[in-house]
Design a binder for this molecule. Structure first.
Ligand code: NAP
Length: 471
């Protein structure tokens, strides 16, 4: 494969920077991450205006997202400062023959090396140039080469320039944070194929993730591909929650479905219920609320096309009844709520595909077993929300077991949009939610993706004295 010179240069610089950064101590890493957060905050006005112009997400949401991005950077800084990425497991030597007798073993973790990071279209700050993937990789001791997303490439360039200013002020090499702004699939494939790249972090479409994941696996040295590729996020509303919810539940659900015009990986795309007059009434109320929601233009023409096609497929489906009536106007797509049976949902895989945008299909089941079968058919999802399962009855256990099997996060209250950045968070789940369901892309364990364990056997004092800081 011929490499674009910009790709080759960015990766070569990242490789040059990798050794010293891997051996950096927590204070050094924290200084960089804190400096990046401060730089974003200092340029907030211009950054938010630029992001709003490119993404149409609105200044309130974008200010919040910038705050979240700084919170992530500072959270990883704090962990680095406290030695969080130099954890060790130390087994003392035991005299005598094996299996009880053994040498001293110290398990440490070393940074994998340069990481290729694909910015997400739908999070121009929090999952782009200085977002969670970058923060978790830098904190782990890895340089990052970012593929800017074409939906907000001017913002990408400006954030990258700010990052370069911070690197200069700390006398750190420019190659620690590289940026590629070539708007072709070929450039992304070349980046993943480059022998200097040692892991990939990706958020985007199933097709894009599959193409880049195949590239990562077909290298002469295959590398881990951490992809987040799509999720339908079922919300199961059990009869007690329908009874208690009345109109408030429909409003809350609609707000979650239409937030950011539905362009969230955790947007609820399925509402699953046991068939009853209350369930049908909730579906109807939901459609009214979605019709009244203030949506805005989608992030890009590609995303708009994907949404329009997905909604058109649902509208034309013989087993789906459209409940919403709002049409698209002046470049803004209308939301969609449809109604179908669990039998139809089980019979046709097309009904289980993510429609990225403000679309939700209500699935009515005639029995608990059918509800569980429909939920299981989802296969893999970032989240499942279970409302009305407070009692812990046999029924609740049955639904929960399925929810747990298909999801990275199970919620018993609230809505799945909004992902807290904490230590316990898990943002992943079985395929296609994630290509690596054992790892998370959100929260402070996201750095685990970029740290490789090494067992040191009878390590000399000069090495153990480093307390886990790689050489
Ligand atoms: P995308 O089309 O997958 O693009 C994401 C990145 O992957 C871009 O940098 C793009 O390259 C690259 N790419 C895409 N297809 C490729 C291919 N075949 N070979 C090499 N590189 C490829 O995602 P998007 O632009 O964000 O949105 C499109 C769809 O993705 C949405 O409609 C939605 O279905 C899904 N999406 C899902 C999530 C999620 O959280 N699961 C988030 C956002 C989007 P270029 O830079 O050259 O365009």
């Amino acid at each position: 494969m011929t490499l674009h010179p910009d790709v080759d240069t960015a990766v070569a610089l990242a490789c040059e920077a990798a050794g010293a950064w891997a051996g950096s101590d927590g204070a050094r890493r924290a200084a960089l991450l804190d400096g990046l957060a401060a730089a974003l905050e200092n340029d907030r006005g211009a950054l938010v205006a630029l992001a709003d112009n490119e993404t149409h997400l609105g200044t309130a949401r974008l200010n919040d997202e910038l705050d979240r991005t700084c919170f992530q950077l500072r959270g990883f800084a704090s962990l680095a400062r406290n030695g969080g990425f130099y954890d060790r497991i130390d087994d003392a030597a035991v005299a005598g023959p094996p299996p009880a007798g053994r040498p001293r073993l110290t398990r440490v973790r070393v940074p994998v090396g340069p990481v290729a990071m694909f910015s997400a279209s739908n999070f121009p700050f929090a999952f782009s140039v200085l977002g969670g993937d970058t923060a978790s990789a830098l904190a782990a001791g890895c340089p990052v080469v970012v593929k800017g997303h074409p939906a907000h490439i001017s913002l990408s360039r400006r954030v990258h320039q700010l990052a370069q200013g911070v690197l200069r002020s700390l006398e750190l090499p420019a190659g620690l944070i590289g940026h590629i702004d070539i708007d072709t699939y070929a450039a992304g494939l070349e980046l993943v194929a480059h022998p200097g790249i040692q892991a990939v972090a990706f958020t985007g479409s199933l097709a894009g993730g599959q193409a880049l994941g195949r590239q990562a696996q077909s290298r002469s040295q295959p590398i881990p591909f951490y992809g987040e590729l799509g999720s339908v996020n079922p919300v199961v509303v059990l009869p007690e929650a329908i009874e208690q919810g009345a109109g408030g539940l429909a409003k809350t659900l609609a707000a979650s479905i239409t937030q950011g015009s539905g362009q969230f990986c955790t947007s609820p795309g399925l509402l699953m219920m046991l068939d009853s007059p209350g369930a049908r009434a909730l579906a109807g109320q939901l459609a009214v609320e979605v019709d009244q929601a203030g949506l805005h233009r989608m992030l890009s023409e590609r995303i708009h096309q994907g949404y329009a096609q997905g909604v058109s497929t649902l509208k034309q489906h013989s087993e789906v009844r459209t409940l919403t009536s709002a049409a698209s106007a002046e470049g803004v797509d209308g939301g969609f709520v449809g109604l179908t049976s669990a039998a139809a949902f089980l019979a046709d895989e097309a009904l289980r595909h993510e429609v990225f945008g403000a679309a939700c299909v209500c699935v009515l089941a005639t029995s608990l077993d059918e509800l569980c079968a429909a939920l299981a058919a989802v296969g893999g999802s970032l989240t499942t929300t279970l409302l009305g399962a407070e009692a812990g009855s046999e029924r609740d256990l049955q639904v929960f077991r399925v929810a747990q099997k298909i999801s990275g996060r199970v919620l018993f209250k609230g809505m799945p949009t909004g992902v807290a950045v904490t230590h316990a968070q898990h943002h992943g789940g079985p395929w296609p939610a994630s290509t690596q369901p054992l790892f998370t892309s959100v929260g402070f364990t996201a750095s685990d993706r970029f740290l490789r364990p090494v067992a040191l056997q009878d390590a000399p004092a000069w090495l153990t004295a480093r307390a886990g800081v790689p050489v």
